[in-house]
Design a binder for this molecule. Structure first.
Ligand code: LMR
Length: 335
């Protein structure tokens, strides 16, 4: 039995190194990086920086093609394309991995993280690192977490108290936590791919959405949403992923260089994400036709109370240990 496991392991290694060898002999390794947002967002900038550094340092060995705005694959097919190696790098939001692991839904729980710094601390600690490997059984290897920012609620009417959202239809990402969050408000959640959000809001198919400032501004969502409430009620972050057959098939030295580049890019994306979102917030505030609503502490607390029951609903699926680990990263402890 042990002998046959060893034989399988050896032949897998030989296969992987043969593929790697073939890859370098056949010319540069092509890495297609597809994503659904615009270039002028934290993720869009990260993808371009990865391309720049990889080509500067590994030119001739690696070629990177970046496809923003769902131009190659979108929400509906990008993970299948990764599995079939038609694309080699993606950075879907953490909400989009529900099919593969429930644990990552911790990031969708409303009012769990106080701010991006808290999210950062969680991602760096043991439990956060562990979640990068939570989809290996599904042939998804997590390479890094990238920030976008905290989400805001936009709508066709002013949302001051939770009851204001009742009866409206909100576009959501495919996450049952987000579905439950809007149901708690008496609103109707509607899953739609990111590429369809602008049209859906414009046509009135949905009347509201939740997005970080950078996604609102880069897709001009504020031009079709007269009110945006600064709730900071949840986080929209990403996992940079590849498929292990491709990733571990890259010749060792090249892969180590690429992993170093990813570390650098991750540092830059995460360092700049908050400022980029704040700059977009300012641009939106000064644009005509939309009103940014700031909440008092009491008002924000009412939204927290209204959404809080979602935690109990998903505690077992996500794991109490994961939620507890996430809670400890907030500086201002609450019960
Ligand atoms: C969304 O679908 O709203 C986001 O996941 C888009 C993105 O990649 O930021």
């Amino acid at each position: 039995m042990l002998k046959s496991i060893a034989a399988i392991a050896t032949s897998t290694l030989l296969l992987v190194s043969a593929q790697a060898h073939a890859a370098t002999e056949a010319g540069p390794i092509l890495i297609k990086f597809a994503h659904v947002v615009a270039d002028n967002t934290p993720k869009g900038q990260g993808a371009l920086l990865f391309q720049k550094l990889a080509e500067e340092r590994l030119g001739g060995k690696v070629k990177v093609e970046v496809y923003p705005n769902s131009t190659l694959y979108g929400d509906a097919n990008e993970l299948a394309a990764l599995a079939s190696n038609d694309v080699q790098l993606l950075a879907p939001s953490l909400a989009k991995f529900e099919k593969y692991t429930k644990q990552l839904q911790v990031f969708d729980l409303p009012f769990l993280f106080d701010d991006l710094d808290a999210v950062n601390r969680f991602q760096k600690r043991a439990k956060g690192r562990q979640l990068l490997r939570s989809m290996e059984d599904h042939n998804i290897v997590g390479l890094a977490y990238w920030h976008n920012g905290m989400k805001q609620l936009s709508a066709t009417r002013a949302l001051l108290v939770p009851g204001d959202a009742a009866g409206l239809k909100f576009r959501i990402q495919p996450s049952s936590v987000l579905e439950a969050q809007f149901q708690q408000l008496g609103a109707t959640p509607q899953v739609l791919p990111f590429a369809e959000v602008f049209e859906a809001l414009k046509s009135g198919k949905v009347q509201g959405a939740e997005n970080p400032w950078s996604n609102i501004y880069s897709k001009q969502l504020h031009s079709v949403q007269p009110f945006i409430t600064e709730t900071n009620h949840g986080v929209l972050d990403y996992m940079l992923v590849s498929n292990p057959r491709f990733w571990y098939g890259i010749p060792h030295q090249v892969r180590v260089e690429l992993e170093g580049i990813i570390d650098e890019v991750t540092f830059e994306v995460n360092r700049q994400a908050e400022a980029a979102n704040l700059a977009d917030r300012k641009r939106i505030e000064s644009a005509a036709g939309t009103q940014v609503i700031a909440l008092s502490d009491e008002q924000r607390d009412a939204w927290r109370q209204a959404m809080q029951p979602v935690w109990q609903q998903f505690e077992t699926a996500i794991g109490r240990d994961v939620i507890k680990a996430a809670q400890t990263v907030n500086r201002n402890k609450r019960d």
